[in-house]
Design a protein around this ligand. Structure first.
Ligand SMILES: [Zn+2]
Length: 317
């Protein structure tokens, strides 16, 4: 008997994943569709409805008491709308109302994908047991979320902790967001690869110019590849140190493809942190790789739904 099931949706630019998740974070039923990201908004919504239809067809659906959504952002949780950068057909799209209608009027909780991953890491991953944490996803973009005082802190619109667009280089390169010198503009996978190529790094015979290829080159000692990761680490460290100084986090968890680079990222990151996180109350700050895998978005969306259900007054987990 499952008395505490929730439905979870993880909506990104390439796939829409759904699941029924129990109170221990176990995924009992799954459904998935590719995101028709270049189509109109209703076509994208139909893919969400197909995922939900598979979940509602499960005999376990009757035990589901809420729906949690983690979506590519920006999201506006206060309005119940989403405007994912990679899904142009959705601008101020009323996702919460549409999901509620397709899910038998269950309560629906919406958070950004960075916040969802933070909820998952706090519940089951590297931030478990930490009351104040910053969790980051460093991949094509850089996102994140905050746990403060033992609870997820999504903020009014569900985007709080979006560290990728904190400026760490005042006169730095223009970022697609409109600002300059953002963490993402320096530390994302494509920017690590771009900087390495600009400075003379060349890919191997396979022609792979991804950040993962730059990481492999850095591991074998290529100085340009090493330097590109050091620069990314420096930007991440400055953003993490600023966050720690503002709200007193004691751990920063780093996931995403770049987070998998291992020591070529984490060694210079720890070194740079000692440069930027200098005050007594941030000096103990640790960094750790993320532990949750590809289900982090689903598990985090479920965590947000469970928290909302058990404490309707709460803003999050
Ligand atoms: Zn930016």
């Amino acid at each position: 008997m499952h008395t505490d099931l929730v439905a979870a949706l993880d909506i990104g630019g390439t796939k829409i994943a759904g699941a029924l998740v129990d109170g221990h974070g176990r995924i009992l039923v799954r459904a998935q569709r590719p995101t028709p990201a270049r189509d109109d908004g209703d076509t994208v919504m139909r893919a969400v409805q197909e995922v939900l239809a598979e979940l509602t067809a499960s005999p376990l659906w009757g035990c589901a008491t809420a729906v949690g959504i983690g979506s590519a952002g920006p999201v506006d949780a206060s309005a119940g709308t989403v405007s994912p950068v990679n899904v142009p057909g959705w601008r101020d799209f009323p996702l919460v109302a549409r999901v509620r209608a397709a899910a038998g009027n269950l309560p629906v909780e919406l958070i950004g994908d960075g916040v969802a991953i933070t909820a998952a890491e706090h519940w089951q991953g590297a931030a478990r047991g930490h009351d104040n944490a910053l969790c980051m996803v460093v991949s094509t973009g850089v996102g994140g979320g905050l746990v403060l005082g033992g609870r997820l802190h999504p903020g009014p619109t569900g985007n709080a902790g979006h560290i990728g667009h904190i400026s760490v280089d005042l006169d730095g390169d223009l970022c697609p967001c409109g600002s300059h010198g953002c963490v993402e503009r320096i530390a994302s996978g494509p920017n690590i690869a771009r900087r390495a190529l600009e400075n003379g790094w060349r890919p191997g015979p396979d022609g792979d110019t991804s950040a993962a290829a730059v990481a492999a080159a850095a591991r074998s000692g290529d100085p340009v590849a090493v330097a590109s990761f050091e620069r990314a680490a420096q930007a991440l460290a400055a953003g993490i140190a600023a966050t720690a100084t503002l709200v007193e986090i004691d751990i920063a968890v780093i996931g995403g493809g770049v987070g998998k680079a291992g020591d070529v990222l984490f060694e210079p990151l720890r070194k740079a942190l000692s440069t930027y996180a200098t005050l007594s109350f941030v000096r103990h700050l640790t960094v750790a790789p993320a532990q949750m895998g590809t289900d982090a978005g689903l598990v985090g969306a479920a965590a947000a739904a469970l928290a909302k259900r058990t404490d309707p007054a709460a803003a999050g987990v």
